[in-house]
Design a protein around this ligand. Structure first.
Ligand SMILES: [Zn+2]
Length: 309
């Protein structure tokens, strides 16, 4: 028995259509994990949600001849309605396009990365699959078509903000190799390690607002761009914990912050979510090592967000 909090999340699906059996499977699997940990006496927080800001949703709404907002709302409600028939023990559901916690958290994450010099803006030309919302390198295609959708990606040339992922290669490798960040099962860990060792490229993290029909979260300081949906959506795992809320950073469902780790100190370290506040070296930061946080109070902060099982 342990007082370690257990945070279990699902991926958050696009709401460009109705839920299908695959969504139900993932929700039930996550529910099994949550129930198991609760029965073992651990404080559990089980989060799921939907990704409302994807360009894919916009395209699907156009195809259906429906304005985007009601289209997204209706489909999101269908996902939320799975809770009853599947008897899910979820603690929290986040809808990225409407939840008041989300956009402030995404802006905060962006601003903190910007302050560290993590972004640069440049023109980019690439092969883009609208279905995946991804640029592909030619060698990633199957005979010239998207391996996921079987369609030929279109050549797109536009201005994007890029995240300097390459500068984090060594740090990521160290975290993975040392087991500070654990990936299970072993085969997936090996896959991720191989990917990082092969060299990380900087990634595009914004889209022209005009192409997205204004849908999405505007880039702080550059309203001509919206935050790319993968950046926006993945932030849900921390925005649902109150990352964007100055008054209650990383709140843990009403419990007070653990001794020796004030919410302001924790928030000031949140710019490095991969390491939490353990290795924060900002001048004047009052952060304590995580170990001291989790042992001084049973209401310790949640563990770092993790990908579903
Ligand atoms: Zn595709």
């Amino acid at each position: 028995m342990t007082t370690d909090r257990y945070y279990v999340t699902t991926s958050i699906p696009y709401v460009n259509g109705a839920p299908h059996l695959g969504h139900a499977l993932e929700l039930v699997q996550a529910d099994v994990l949550a129930r198991h940990r609760r029965r073992r006496g651990r404080p559990v927080r089980f989060l799921t949600g939907t990704d409302g800001n994807a360009l894919k949703n916009v395209v699907a709404a156009w195809a259906a001849g429906v304005p985007v907002q009601p289209f997204v709302d209706e489909n999101a409600a269908r996902f939320a309605a799975l809770r009853e028939p599947l008897v899910l023990s979820v603690d929290d559901v986040i809808r990225t396009s409407t939840d008041p916690r989300h956009a402030p958290g995404v802006r905060r994450l962006w601003e903190r990365c910007a302050a560290r010099g993590d972004f640069h803006r440049r023109r980019y030309t690439g092969l883009y699959c609208a279905g995946c919302e991804l640029f592909y390198a030619p060698d990633e295609l199957d005979d010239g078509v998207c391996p996921e959708h079987g369609v030929q990606p279109e050549e797109v040339s536009e201005e994007n903000w890029f995240f300097r992922l390459s500068r984090y290669q060594d740090e990521l490798l160290r975290l993975l190799e040392s087991g500070t960040v654990r990936i299970e099962p072993a085969a997936k860990r090996a896959e991720v390690l191989a990917f990082v060792r092969a060299g990380l490229r900087d990634v595009s993290v914004s889209r022209p607002a005009a192409r997205a029909d204004g849908w999405g979260i505007p880039v702080p300081g550059d309203p001509s761009q919206v935050v790319y949906v993968w950046w926006d959506a993945l932030a849900n795992y921390v925005t649902a914990l109150g990352y964007g809320d100055d008054g209650a950073a990383y709140r843990t469902g009403g419990s007070s912050p653990p001794t020796g780790c004030t919410s302001s100190a924790r928030a000031s370290c949140a710019s490095t979510p991969s390491t939490g506040w353990r290795t924060c070296s900002r001048p004047g930061c009052r952060c304590r090592p995580r170990s001291s946080c989790t042992t001084t109070s049973p209401s310790a902060a949640p563990r770092s967000p993790r990908a579903p099982g």
